[in-house]
Design a protein around this ligand. Structure first.
Ligand code: PEP
Length: 258
């Protein structure tokens, strides 16, 4: 099933988070969105998770909850870190690992990303592993080399039966208003799926969802989802606007023209 995920980044306090989720839920109810057809997940900041979890449970909303980061450790003397155990207790289903804003802003390398992905999986959640090349990587090595190396490193320590999601996010496209073309996204996602097949077999490769992220909006989302190897989108800025995010979630209407 396709997955549309909204990464709020460091935006919205817990009261604003409740308001946004309510508006999104109303908007999706208005259009009779079928959550069995397209899965929708939101990734609020840590301090909003409990409020959003409570709202989703009280109103029986079918949105999945995601977290933006996690500690590679499960407990102990790691001041400021948030354990995968805590996230799991909040009914968190997905956890972003390796977002470029963590890799580049916090110096997180492939080893930390791998440890985080493992911590998430061992607590019964699904790591959403972000991979993507910088503009310099693109020029020097082409589009796929860095994402493939990041994929390989991130899943190396995952249990063989662990579900994971890959978000291909070219760093140059994130928050830039300069999205990759649908063909560029497809090319890299096809290469990622082929590498997953080599590493984990054809069945896992077919079942693993590959998302595109980087300046996704309602005007361009359909182009990505039309591609054979793009199974969803990771949306940053546009996920903060309930109407716009709702239109993105309804990408099928754009694809079929219905
Ligand atoms: C992101 O934060 O993962 C992202 C893709 O951001 P944006 O959609 O704003 O480019």
């Amino acid at each position: 099933m396709p997955l549309i995920a909204g990464n709020w980044k460091m935006n919205l306090d817990h009261l604003q988070a409740i308001a946004l989720v309510q508006k999104l839920a109303w908007s999706l109810k208005d259009v009779k969105h079928d959550f069995g057809d397209v899965e929708v997940a939101v990734f609020p900041p840590f301090t909003d998770l409990r409020s959003v979890q409570t709202l989703l449970a009280a109103d029986k909303l079918s949105l999945a909850l995601g977290a933006q980061d996690v500690s590679p450790h499960l407990s102990g003397a790691y001041t400021g870190d948030i354990s995968a155990q805590f996230l799991s207790k909040l009914d968190t289903r997905y956890v972003l690992v390796g977002h470029s804003e963590r890799r580049h802003g916090h110096g997180e390398g492939d080893d930390i990303v791998a440890a985080k992905a493992k911590a998430v999986a061992t607590q019964g959640m699904v790591p959403m592993i972000c991979v993507g090349e910088t503009a310099a990587d693109l020029e020097e090595q082409g589009a796929a080399a860095v994402p493939l190396a990041q994929l390989e490193a991130a899943i190396a320590a995952l249990p063989k039966d662990a579900e994971f999601v890959i978000a291909y996010e070219p760093v140059w496209a994130i928050g830039s208003g300069e999205p990759a073309t649908a063909e560029q996204a497809e090319q890299v996602c096809a290469a990622l799926r082929a590498r997953i097949a080599e590493l984990r077999g054809a069945k896992v490769a077919a079942e693993t969802r590959l998302l595109y992220g980087g300046s996704v909006a309602s005007q361009n989302v359909a182009g990505y989802l039309r591609q054979a190897n793009v199974d969803g989108a990771l949306v940053g800025g546009a996920s903060l606007d309930s109407q716009e995010f709702s239109r993105i979630v309804q990408f099928k209407k754009h694809v079929t023209g219905a």
